[in-house]
Design a protein around this ligand. Structure first.
Ligand SMILES: *[C@@H]1O[C@H](CO)[C@@H](O)[C@H](O)[C@H]1NC(C)=O
Ligand SMILES: *[C@@H]1O[C@H](CO)[C@@H](O)[C@H](O)[C@H]1NC(C)=O
Length: 245
């Protein structure tokens, strides 16, 4: 005689039922950490912060800061004059060293509301624009620095103080080198001896060399210590002439 289906079910269900507490216990134990975007090869000397489960998570977190209305208001009002003045001093030094010219086509990468663009225009570089996830007309256009919306060899000069916000520092560097003309100058402000801010996506622990190592198509003109709104080091690169890759 074949046992009736309900009997089979009983044999299956009773052990299942008895092991339920075990299952519930296993569910509660944190077995797998939050999955994190895998880097094929993390850049030497740079740590990518954990917790970004997808590119969208990363962009959302960046947008959370960039779109924050309170922050944007502060950037435009209380911070504006002081930051424009300090950025102007940085740019004037570059002008005096012949690394930035009034005729330069200039890009500020990750410019938020455009304080550095305003500074460039004030020191006599009218052909300057900023790039960020959120546009801020007329100074800043919309775009992702991991895939700049500009053609190859567009700019003579690029400035950025958001290196620490790059989820893919290699792409950040490659895009700057792609859109810079041969002989063009890139100036970065980075934090090499402390953590940047809570919205940072990476931390540099390998010193200036870790950042320099990403700019394979450029040479370092100089580096110096600066007081750049929480960022402590200025690195000035010049893109090599001729074919680099
Ligand atoms: C965005 O930021 C606000 C305030 O800083 C926070 O309360 C909120 O949870 C954040 N949202 C996301 C999606 O991260
Ligand atoms: C560049 O522009 C600034 C500001 O307008 C001006 O003071 C300076 O003389 C200009 N430099 C040159 C080399 O023309």
């Amino acid at each position: 005689m074949n046992p009736k289906p309900p009997t089979i079910l009983k044999y299956l269900l009773i052990p299942l039922f008895l092991s339920l507490p075990l299952f519930l216990f296993l569910l509660q134990t944190p077995s797998t950490p939050t999955p994190t975007l895998r880097h094929r090869r993390p850049p030497a000397g740079i740590r990518i912060r954990p917790g970004y489960t997808s590119y969208a998570t990363y962009i959302n977190r960046q947008l959370n800061k960039t779109q924050n209305p309170k922050l944007r208001r502060i950037w435009r009002t209380r911070d504006w004059d002081r930051k424009v003045r300090v950025f102007s001093q940085f740019f004037q030094l570059l002008q005096s060293k012949n690394l930035l010219h009034n005729s330069s086509r200039a890009l500020c990468v990750g410019a938020r509301v455009g304080q550095e663009v305003e500074a460039l225009r004030r020191v006599g570089v009218p052909d300057s624009i900023g790039l960020d996830l959120v546009p801020s007309p007329p100074l800043v256009v919309e775009g992702d620095f991991h895939a700049q919306p500009f053609g190859d060899e567009t700019f003579d000069f690029e400035f950025s103080n958001v290196f620490d916000h790059a989820l893919y520092p290699e792409k950040f560097a490659r895009e700057i080198e792609r859109t810079l003309r041969p002989g063009g100058v890139c100036t970065l402000h980075v934090a090499v001896s402390r953590r940047a801010d809570k919205y940072s996506a990476n931390d540099v622990f390998g010193g200036v060399e870790a950042v320099v190592g990403l700019f394979k198509g450029s040479g370092v003109v100089y580096t110096r210590k600066v007081d750049g709104f929480g960022l402590d080091t200025e690195i000035v690169f010049r893109k090599k002439e001729g074919r680099i890759r």
